[in-house]
Design a protein around this ligand. Structure first.
Ligand code: OGA
Ligand code: NI
Length: 358
């Protein structure tokens, strides 16, 4: 029996629930008390994740370049999250990509249902992560599609709601792959490795890249639920384009939740579990979650840059020493990803559970 063939129960679109105007959310979405958004104090509103300007990363000013590398190094070790500005991706393209997706989620339900997904590949229009029957669900719908590796890229599974939408999404993917490539070099240098080494450990050219667009409808009882439960990203690195108007993303820092204040046209970069593993925990894959609210919907584009899915990922030998033993056993990303696809978002339990007993 393949548990990932179909959903364990009929799919309910959160957007339809929200649009129906119900005053109370169904019990399926009510989180246990300890997971609700108000639990755990949030830090003062002035705190934000680091904002890093990449404009001079490729200039001739070596001191300035070293400073930028340092800022990224600290952010990867201490936060696992940072925002980048002057990153080279066209701001018009970022706006256009957001518009395409907003239009998709505001299309008639029959149009969206034509792209309904299954847990087999998750590609298409979805409303849950994980296949556990009776699970408590998150207050969001999403769309998931592949860019890389090329054999997985299937335009039939991409929405075709406007004449230019596939071209926009294609160009968006292309520019983000490029930015991820640049950041991979920076991370590699910061780990004391050659510029290409981290990318090579990802499988060189045959890496994975996919997009999950998250749609968080208005919620009549936002204090009882979450738009996305606490999780760390299972892949390599994530570039998140958050909603330009509506906050919601929270990042865990020293036991508190910090609400990210997005800078206009910045990307939020975060380290995923695979880079935590390859770096032998020098770079941190940090827990995050999304709150919803009763007055505004929220849309975000999460672009995942992943290692090739069929090669073993383990701490790089350069980062292992007698006093720094490898913290994780080797595992392919295909094997690793199955866990989240079965169980849904689960804090940091997965990468923690890998830790070799010593
Ligand atoms: C994700 C994610 C955050 C957001 O898709 O993995 O963490 O703000 N999204 O939607
Ligand atoms: Ni995430």
């Amino acid at each position: 029996m393949n548990k990932l063939q179909d959903w364990p129960e009929p799919i309910v679109r959160v957007q339809s629930l929200s649009d129906s105007g119900i005053p109370l959310i169904p019990e399926r979405y009510v989180k246990p008390i300890l997971q609700r958004p108000s639990v755990n104090p949030t830090t003062s509103n002035d705190v934000n994740i680091p904002v890093i300007d990449l404009a001079r990363l490729y200039g001739d000013d070596h001191a300035l370049r070293a400073t930028i590398l340092d800022q990224i190094s600290i952010a990867c070790r201490e936060w696992g999250f940072f925002q980048v500005i002057n990153h080279g991706v066209s701001p018009q393209l970022m706006d256009r990509a957001r518009e395409v997706w907003r239009q998709f989620f505001h299309s008639p339900m029959e149009v969206k249902q034509a792209y309904a997904n299954t847990p087999k590949t998750y590609e298409g229009y979805g409303s849950r992560l994980g296949v556990e029957k009776g699970a408590i669900l998150d207050w969001s719908d999403y769309y998931f599609l592949h860019y890389l590796p090329l054999p997985l890229k299937d335009y039939n599974k991409w929405p075709a709601i406007t004449a230019d939408c596939r071209a926009v999404l294609d160009e968006y993917g292309k520019q983000l792959v490029e930015l991820c490539g640049k950041l991979m070099k920076v991370l590699s240098i910061n780990l004391g490795l050659g510029e290409e080494q981290l990318q090579n450990a990802f499988g060189g050219e045959n890496i994975g890249a996919c997009l999950r667009v998250n749609f968080y409808p208005k919620c009549p009882q936002p204090d009882l639920t979450l738009g996305l439960s606490s999780h760390s990203d299972p892949g390599g690195m994530t570039l998140l384009l958050p909603d330009s108007n509506v906050p919601g993303l929270q990042v865990r820092k020293d036991g508190n939740w910090i609400t990210v204040k997005p800078v206009p046209h910045a990307f939020i970069v975060n380290i995923g579990d695979q880079i935590q593993v390859l770096s032998n925990a020098t770079c941190k894959s940090v827990e995050h979650r999304v709150m919803v609210n009763s007055s505004e919907e929220r849309l975000s584009l999460a672009f995942f840059y992943n290692p090739r899915s069929d090669i073993p990922i383990e701490p790089l030998k350069e980062l292992v020493a007698p006093d720094r033993p490898p913290l994780y056993p080797a595992m392919t990303f295909d094997e690793y990803r199955l866990f989240i696809r079965m169980r849904g978002p689960c804090g940091k339990s997965q990468v923690e559970s890998l830790k070799s007993p010593r």
